[in-house]
Design a protein around this ligand. Structure first.
Ligand code: UDP
Length: 238
């Protein structure tokens, strides 16, 4: 596999073409952003930590039968993935109330949500990722009814696998965001990344935040917390 030109640079990752039209290289950078790109900082080692964290989780999901774009870890900060046509709708599941839900509904943080909630948000920073629904997604052609059903089912399957994985390490999976895309075989695959940048993780006993809320709230020790979670799950960073 030969890495070719950069195709796209997002807020925390860059995407490179390869000599295979169906494969991309995902490059995890140290850039960390919040509030739709308003707050941006470089956090040393974060690219490496998230690349390895994502590889570990994607392999667990793959082993549980969830189709993901992840193919191989290439080096400290890069992974080989399937090229997907991304569906511009983010899927969010919440097991415990936090973040935008708390603001939007005026509820307390930390409430157990049973059953877990499922929300869709349009991926659009300029509009601050507005909440949408399946009707809007179909009418605007972002996804078909079949694709939406698949995305929802896969998002809940991920919850079953990861809630247990984290709980066994003494960590609560509070909420998370997933993105999906369509591969050349026409099927829906989990894309993007799963790392503490896109989920909320609390220590089970102390409820200490071990995710990107440390960055959003200026709590410090952001990458240290990500590594601590990884180590508790059995990851090795170097
Ligand atoms: N999330 C994300 N990217 C986004 C929006 C949300 O990764 O553009 C993640 C976020 O880290 C959290 C979950 O999705 O784990 C739910 O986020 P929420 O709706 O509470 O919004 P936020 O508080 O992040 O603005």
């Amino acid at each position: 596999m030969e890495k070719r030109e950069e195709l796209y640079s997002g807020k925390a990752k860059s995407v490179f073409k390869t000599d295979d039209p169906d494969r991309f290289v995902l490059s995890f950078r140290d850039d960390t952003s919040a509030f739709d790109g308003l707050k941006v900082e470089q956090l040393a080692r974060k690219g490496m930590v998230n690349n390895k964290f994502n590889a570990f989780i994607m392999e667990k999901l793959q082993a549980a039968g969830i189709p993901t774009h992840f193919e191989a870890l290439l080096n400290d900060t890069e992974s080989l993935v399937k090229r997907l046509d991304m569906i511009p709708v983010e899927c969010v599941v919440r097991n415990i109330s936090a973040g935008s839900l708390v603001k939007r509904l005026g509820v307390e943080e930390g409430l157990e949500l049973n059953p877990p909630t499922f929300e869709l948000f349009l991926k659009n920073d300029a509009l601050h990722d507005p909440m949408v629904n399946e009707s809007l997604a179909q009418s605007f052609g972002w996804a078909t009814a079949e694709q939406l059903a698949k995305m929802k089912a896969l998002t809940f399957e991920v919850n079953t696998v990861l809630k247990k994985l984290f709980l066994d390490a003494g960590i609560l999976l509070v909420d998370y965001k997933l993105e999906f895309g369509v591969f050349s075989d026409g099927q829906v695959y989990l894309g993007d990344e799963f790392s503490p940048d896109g989920c909320r993780l609390w220590d089970k006993d102390t409820r200490e935040k071990l995710d990107k809320d440390r960055f959003r709230k200026g709590l410090g020790n952001v990458v240290e917390a990500y590594e601590e979670v990884g180590r508790r799950l059995g990851m090795q960073f170097d």
